[in-house]
Design a binder for this molecule. Structure first.
Ligand code: GLU
Length: 555
């Protein structure tokens, strides 16, 4: 216990210049909740440690805290397996810039980052933009911001549209060694032959002639008239593997370059992974066929292959993750923008108050096993809750409010702690104003529906009332003040807000919820994360207006 007090006292002293006993006590109780019942016993110990820590010079504090940071990091250590041949590790994350990143990208981004950090390797961000039809010019910057927010450390950035000449050079080399050819057969015709393992006429053309045909692709050929194919084996069991396309012509404009011949994914990836000295490629099992195709390129060039690691598929349900559907929905006005709460983008997560560290922990749990799994939002939310719970102050909020008229009561100022574990943060006030002994308060629809005539319920942090009648409003009379009385009667504790309150709109993936919150919510600023008691964590999105708009994170 002393160790825990000492650690928090050091941190508190470093954060605020001097450690404060109450603040330290709050942290200790948050870490060791079982001590809550013994506050009186541990307070003297806290005070003693705080006195000791406050007498230490700053250098000593910084030196001492290192031990504990080390311990915390060790506790959090991931259980990712070691990589084979982990020398001079170079990893890459290679998204297509067709939109901002979503939760589906996080496994590759975060696990590569973890390994890069573990092996002190290099981590390359490669933007794969060789399909002009699927490029969103804003995605380049958006992806960088997303990665920064995620806490991913990128050491080098490559953009494939800057490297087109490199791919042309490599295609030329393959043609020269008779490993690739320019195919001008109509696609349908080629497919029919290929499916019967028969070579098309272009395959037999000499390398010399093919080089000329290749040059012509850049000058005269129109979209769809010619492609470059790599020679695989026409007897391969999977027809899709037979002489697959490595370059094609398209007239689709590209936002960054003015070219017409573009490499296909498997070609540019193989060339880049080799030239960038990538040592380990982490990708999903859905890429196994791609890996096989890329291996043909490696073999023709005689390149050493990286370690290919194929992890199982990760099924992520509940939010929209298809970049093209998201883009379409935004265009059609179905979604407000990329941060619409129904989307699985990182922008939307951030807006809801999901912390990058929680996403990281959830992805570490997902790991790189080759079995297929479903993503657990529950797990992500549990991690997020651990991170934000101590920071989030608490407020009353009643969704779908209903009126409750109480008679026989006096004015009352109810005081509720901003956070029960951190008494030093103070209390918030809820003022009940009675006119001729009567007051109007609001409770949630759910609590309203459960009211029974004659029962006693406790309005949390205020007093107990006896329900007289439930109509389109509920009527009650003051019963008693003490919490003990409510406990004795096993009375329900219900949330409420007084007549003076704050309108709140909660935006959640499942829809919008309107309600009333305590008036103190009007002091919050946009960006803050708070807990609506018994409702869940929310991030304040718009403040300072008539209505507070918050985004729902989770329970
Ligand atoms: N651009 C590819 C993708 O996002 C990269 C996959 C890979 O080669 O690992 O699917």
């Amino acid at each position: 216990m002393r160790e825990v007090i000492y650690k928090h006292a050091l941190k508190n002293a470093l954060d605020y210049g001097r450690a404060d006993s109450k603040a330290v006590l709050g942290k200790v109780l948050a870490e060791l909740p079982e001590l809550r019942k013994k506050v009186n016993e541990i307070m003297p110990a806290v005070e003693e440690v705080v006195r000791e820590v406050n007498s230490l010079p700053k250098e000593k504090l910084t030196e001492e805290i290192k031990k504990y940071e080390f311990i915390e990091k060790k506790e959090k250590r991931t259980e990712l397996p070691e990589l084979a041949n982990a020398e001079n590790v170079v990893l890459r994350f290679a998204p297509n810039p067709s939109g901002p990143l979503h939760i589906g990208h996080c496994r590759a981004a975060i696990l590569n980052d973890e390994y890069a950090k573990r092996y002190k390797g290099k981590f390359i961000l490669r933007l794969e933009d060789t399909d002009p039809a699927r490029v969103d010019p804003q995605a380049y910057d958006a992806i960088l911001h997303d990665l920064e927010w995620l806490g991913v450390s990128i050491h080098e950035i490559a953009i494939q549209s800057d490297r087109l000449d490199i791919y042309y050079e490599h295609a030329k080399k393959l043609i020269e060694i008779d490993a690739a050819y320019v195919c001008t057969c109509p696609q349908e015709e080629f497919r029919k032959l290929r499916n019967r393992s028969i070579a098309c006429k272009c395959r037999e053309i000499s390398a010399e002639e093919n080089l000329k045909r290749f040059a012509k692709m850049f000058r005269e050929r129109k979209e769809g008239e010619a492609v470059v194919r790599v020679k695989t084996d026409l007897k391969l069991p999977d027809p899709a593997m037979r002489d697959f396309i490595i370059l094609r012509i398209t007239d689709e404009p590209h936002p960054r370059v003015n070219r017409r011949v573009y490499p296909l994914y498997n070609f540019s990836v193989a060339v880049d992974d080799h030239l960038m000295n990538v040592t380990h490629v982490l990708r999903g099992k859905d890429h196994i066929i791609n890996t096989r195709k890329q291996e043909f390129i490696y073999d023709y060039f005689g390149w050493k292959k990286p370690e290919f690691i194929h992890y199982g598929l990760l099924k992520i349900e509940g939010l929209e993750l298809s970049t093209s559907l998201m883009a379409k929905g935004i265009k059609e006005g179905i979604y407000s923008d990329w941060s619409d709460v129904r989307l699985g983008t990182l922008l939307a997560m951030k807006r809801r108050g999901i912390q990058p560290e929680a996403i990281r922990r959830a992805m570490l749990d997902v790991g790189i096993k080759d079995t297929d799994i479903s993503f657990s939002w529950k797990n992500l939310y549990a991690y997020n809750g651990e991170i934000i719970e101590p920071k989030a102050n608490r407020y009353f909020f009643v969704p779908s409010p209903r009126e409750l008229l109480v008679e026989g009561c006096a004015d009352k100022t109810a005081l509720a702690p901003l956070h029960p574990d951190f008494p030093e943060r103070g209390k918030r006030k809820l003022e009940i104003k009675a006119r001729e002994g009567k007051t109007r308060i609001y409770i949630s629809q759910q609590d309203f529906d459960a009211l029974k005539e004659g029962e006693v319920v406790r309005l949390m942090e205020a007093f107990n009332v006896e329900i007289l009648r439930v109509d389109n409003k509920a009527f009650a009379k003051f019963h008693s003040e003490a919490l003990e009385e409510a406990r004795r009667r096993r009375a329900k504790l219900i949330q409420w807000v007084p007549e003076e309150n704050a309108k709140v709109r909660v935006i959640a993936p499942e829809g919008m919820i309107e309600g009333l919150g305590e008036v103190n919510l009007k002091n919050l600023r946009a960006g803050g994360i708070v807990q609506f008691e018994r409702f869940g964590f929310v991030r304040v999105d718009e403040a300072g207006k008539d209505e507070l708009v918050v985004y729902f994170a989770h329970k």
